[in-house]
Design a protein around this ligand. Structure first.
Ligand code: VGL
Ligand code: ZN
Length: 225
């Protein structure tokens, strides 16, 4: 079996980290030393993703009417802009990762010179897009990034995922990587969750999809040396 590993670092951006992030994930900044250690290894392809929203993005509570517009609490049903019979319920957030703002920047301590490519997502104001591959609509999909093509064109077989947040963008990126046919592993210590209590559910989804959560000393990573 060939082993051609890629590393996908999801949304390690100021707005997802203390001390100033508008949607700060507890301990978000603490993953950087491990992420940098991983970035120093010879993965065939190393990609960093950025959540990169316009100010009028549908996931911002500020773009919805009261009273159902409380960040972190409210959720709304959004329709597929190309097919109103397909809907998704989605949680509303404080404004975050707005294009051109400091909050949208990757952490300066991230060893970005090791990254081959930065993939931006969430630019389409009409849809939520947690996965770095595509929005969740399927009939049809509305917005797709170049990530799948980058990985397939490079001949990648295995995808290792780290970053923020474990229960949102890391989760849906890992699930989509598995759907794309990659052997997918999430590096547990290199992620942090918005709601750590949601992780049981996430682990069940991973199990069903064949995604594994590994420790940083897992044998599969010792092959990337
Ligand atoms: C994310 C909430 C909203 C993430 C992005 O990167 O996990 N979470 N947008
Ligand atoms: Zn977002």
């Amino acid at each position: 079996m060939p082993f051609k590993p890629a590393l996908v670092i999801v949304d390690v951006q100021e707005d997802f980290c203390p001390p100033n992030g508008l949607l700060a994930v507890q301990g978000g900044r603490d993953i950087v030393p491990l992420v940098n250690e991983l970035l120093g290894r010879p993965f065939l392809l190393k990609i960093a993703t950025k959540d990169f929203h316009p100010q009028d993005h549908i996931s911002f509570a500020s773009n919805h009417e009261a009273p159902n517009n409380k960040p972190f609490e409210s959720s709304v049903i959004i329709k597929n802009p190309l097919n109103p019979s397909e809907t998704q319920e989605t949680r509303l957030w404080p404004d975050h990762c707005v294009q051109g703002t400091k909050g949208s920047e990757l952490l300066p301590e991230l060893d970005i010179k090791q990254v081959h490519k930065i993939v931006e997502k969430g630019q389409d104001k009409r849809v939520e897009m947690y996965s770095a591959f595509a929005d969740p609509f399927t009939n049809p999909c509305v917005s797709k990034s170049e990530l799948a093509k980058l990985l397939h064109d490079a001949g990648v077989t295995d995808v290792f995922v780290a970053g923020l947040a474990a229960d949102y963008c890391v989760r849906y990126t890992a699930l989509d990587a598995a759907k794309e046919g990659f052997k997918t592993r999430v590096i547990g210590e290199a992620t942090r969750a918005v709601d750590p209590s949601a992780m049981d559910e996430v682990l069940k989804e991973y199990e069903q999809a064949g995604v594994t959560v590994i420790g940083k000393d897992d044998e599969s990573l010792t092959l990337v040396k």
